[in-house]
Write a protein that binds this ligand. Sequence first.
Ligand SMILES: [Fe+2]
Length: 142
Amino acid sequence: MDADELLAALNELLEAERAGVRVALAGRKTASTETMDAFMTRLRDDEARWCAMLAGQIERLGGSASSQCGAFYDKVMALDGTVQRLSLLNRGQGWVVRRLEALIPRVEDEVLRADLREMADSHVENIAATDQVILDMRSGAA
Ligand SMILES: [Fe+2]
């Protein structure tokens, strides 16, 4: 995989994670329970962590980190209701995992590959946690 293709893939992921940060910030503003506020805060921290990792790796590899926010943010915010937004958010996180799983075997740089692996594993965990929050909300427990 050539450097330009790799940097473009990393910037695409960076823009998606930035959209995640903004969704989480918006989610905190409308959180009506402490559980939801804590969930959105954790989500914001996670997404911000991966933004920082991706931006750092892009710079290290000689690229320039995108400052754009993924269009995904507008798609999520166009929906009404926390359950609907979280459901779409989780599909977006699933997209991130699929992109990472396709990318990782093609990355030769070991440091980058390790960071992307950690990002993929963390996303898989968060998808499960978010699914649980969605289930709890649907059953009125959160
Ligand atoms: Fe994410």
